[in-house]
Write a protein that binds this ligand. Structure first.
Ligand code: ADP
Ligand code: MG
Length: 567
């Protein structure tokens, strides 16, 4: 939160200083404005927003997390709210819009309560109490599912994706996410380090594939070499693998004129020297019985040719982390220089196979029984599409991990919010009058989820809420809005379920954000030492986290990519 970190607070009489009720009101409106902006994107029928950057970049999205990442939010309070929500996305992979939208409602209700003379602390206490109670209720009332049943997992993944793609792509991608997680899960543990994701623009989303084992890029250049006959086989069984954390070329010599050649004799001598070095490198690799060599840097064409002539597959520019993954999987140890390579450093793989996806070439490395590693090759018409699909699949992985670990889900489609609202309203009766108001306000704020889902689907929000309330009153806890049919029904039967942890986290984030805003009754214009009023937000990710990029969207137009790609 750079708003306070890097700032010098000015004295109370400085211009731009607002205090007390005015400050609160201003902050509350700013928070609500952000919530309102995100609100109509909620759910499968949420509308798209077009974001136009100052640089003219245009992005169309209906994903709350994606929007927050891209919006240039100047207003400090809105920034605070956005940060709370982004943490939500980073931790559990879903529920960002829900968190912001509920926070907006909590702020609106707070404004009203402040007007009625309630002290901010009373409101904050009430909200705190309510969220505790809600989390506890979910703890008790979550549905325990059989997380080993892939269909249950697919339902959860589909709820994450629904609305971002059409129904068939949603079902297809949800199935790929589950296939990946199933391949690497160890009982109730899902270790993201075992998942490799690659993007290969081209083809269609339906060409997205999951591979057993490790998928390694083959640099495009390796196709240019005139291959010797017969060359390395496309598929090698029981392959001996060597890993070289270096280059297989003589850089200083072939490089930028480091050597001046004055005579044909010198040139010959020089060529002879190169041949000798290359031959010895190839001898060394062939000598340890390697069938495939992965090299972290480039491999000279002549070396690759010679290796191919020996039937050895050479893969250059393998990323360092992948070299290490290969090491762990095959038992090979990367050597810093090819001269150090001995049989002790080689490893074994059940199968090494070359694969192609459009113009992209890959090597799949797996064990006879699989390495306990899975790779996902994300395809799609454009770079934007593949990046967005990858991001959605990442969200699915997070959510699936929660379900696999905890095996607990809650009904979606506003059913859980309706249930919690009912519990909280019943509860409010048993607390002192003033606290009661804030708890009831919290319950009412939860209605925003089913109300908005109804609105986006073109249903009458009042009728829908009434029907929901009636059915929950009758004890139908799973009654929610199924948006594929547009009816209030048992949403669990329709497969609209979400991990309990996502909902719990979203409600906590919402209350946390609202309370942060309410706690402030003093806003001063601040000048930061480096003259920059607001700095970058940091989205810290824990080790092994997948979240790394939120770039791209299927309908993004003229939007430049600014981060490293896997591919
Ligand atoms: P968030 O960022 O909060 O995850 P989303 O735009 O993904 O926001 O919308 C999530 C909401 O949409 C949840 O309340 C979820 O239950 C609901 N939802 C998802 N799929 C369906 C569906 N098929 N029918 C009704 N509601 C759905
Ligand atoms: Mg979502």
């Amino acid at each position: 939160m750079t708003v306070t970190d890097r700032s010098r607070i000015l004295s109370p009489d400085s211009p731009g200083h607002v205090a007390g009720r005015d400050a609160q009101s201003a902050n509350i409106s700013a928070g609500q404005a952000l919530a309102e902006l995100l609100r109509t994107t909620l759910g499968p029928k949420g509308l798209d927003k077009m974001l136009v950057g100052t640089d003219g970049k245009v992005v169309v999205t209906n994903d709350g997390a994606s929007m927050l990442d891209r919006l240039d939010i100047d207003q400090p309070i809105a920034r605070v709210l956005a940060d709370v929500a982004s943490q939500q996305a980073d931790r559990v992979g879903d529920g960002t819009t829900t968190a912001v939208v509920v926070a907006g409602e909590l702020l609106a209700a707070a404004e009203d309560l402040l007007d009625r003379g309630l002290h901010p602390t009373t409101i904050m206490d009430g909200y705190h109490h309510a969220v505790q109670r809600a989390v506890e209720t979910l703890e008790n009332d979550a549905l325990v599912i059989d997380a080993s049943d892939p269909e249950r997992l697919r339902e959860v993944a589909r709820t994450v994706i629904t609305g971002k793609w059409d129904a068939s792509a949603t079902a297809f991608l949800a199935a790929r996410a589950v296939e990946t997680v199933q391949a690497i899960r160890d009982g109730q543990t899902v270790d993201f380090a075992k998942i490799t994701r690659k993007t290969a623009p081209g083809g269609s989303v339906f060409d997205t594939q999951v591979f057993d084992g490790l998928l390694i890029d083959m640099a495009e250049s390796s196709t240019d070499v005139v291959s010797p006959d017969p060359g390395p086989p496309r598929r090698i069984e029981d392959a001996t693998v060597a890993l070289v954390d270096d280059q297989l070329t003589i850089e200083t010599v072939t490089g930028q004129g480091a050597v001046t050649v004055d005579s044909p004799a010198q040139l010959d001598a020089f060529r002879a020297y190169e041949d000798e070095v290359y031959a010895s490198q190839v001898d060394r690799i062939a000598g340890v019985g390697a069938d495939v060599v992965f090299c972290q840097k480039s491999i000279d064409d002549r070396v690759r040719y010679l290796l191919a002539a020996e039937g050895i597959l050479a893969v250059e520019r393998t990323r360092q982390d992948e070299l290490h993954k290969l090491g762990r999987a095959t038992g090979a140890r990367p050597v810093a220089s090819v001269d150090e390579l001995t049989t002790a450093e080689t490893g074994q793989a059940g199968v090494v196979e070359q694969q192609t996806a459009g113009p992209h070439r890959f090597t799949v490395v797996r064990d006879a029984e699989g390495f306990d590693q899975a790779s996902l090759l994300v395809r799609g018409g454009t770079e934007h599409v593949v990046e967005e699909v990858k991001r959605l699949l990442d969200d699915c992985f997070h959510v699936l991990r929660l379900v696999v670990e905890e095996g607990r889900v809650v009904p979606g489609g506003g059913a859980t919010e309706a249930h919690l609202a009912r519990v909280l309203r019943d509860d409010a009766a048993s607390v002192p009058r003033r606290d009661q108001l804030a708890i009831e306000a919290f319950a009412d704020a939860l209605d925003v989820i089913p109300r908005t889902l109804a609105e986006t689907a073109g249903l009458d929000p009042v009728d829908t809420l009434l029907e929901l309330r009636t059915r929950h009153h009758r004890g139908e806890r799973r009654a929610g809005l199924a948006l594929d049919t547009g009816t209030v029904t048992d949403v669990v039967d329709r497969g609209v379920v979400e991990p309990a942890a996502v909902k719990q986290r979203a409600l906590r984030s919402a209350a946390e954000a609202a309370n942060l805003v309410l706690r402030i009754d003093d806003v001063a214009a601040a000048a930061s030492p480096d003259g920059d009023g607001h700095g970058e937000t940091d989205h810290a990710h824990g080790p092994g986290e997948l979240v790394e990029s939120t770039e791209g969207y299927p309908w993004a137009v003229g939007h430049s990519m600014s981060h490293d790609h896997d591919h």
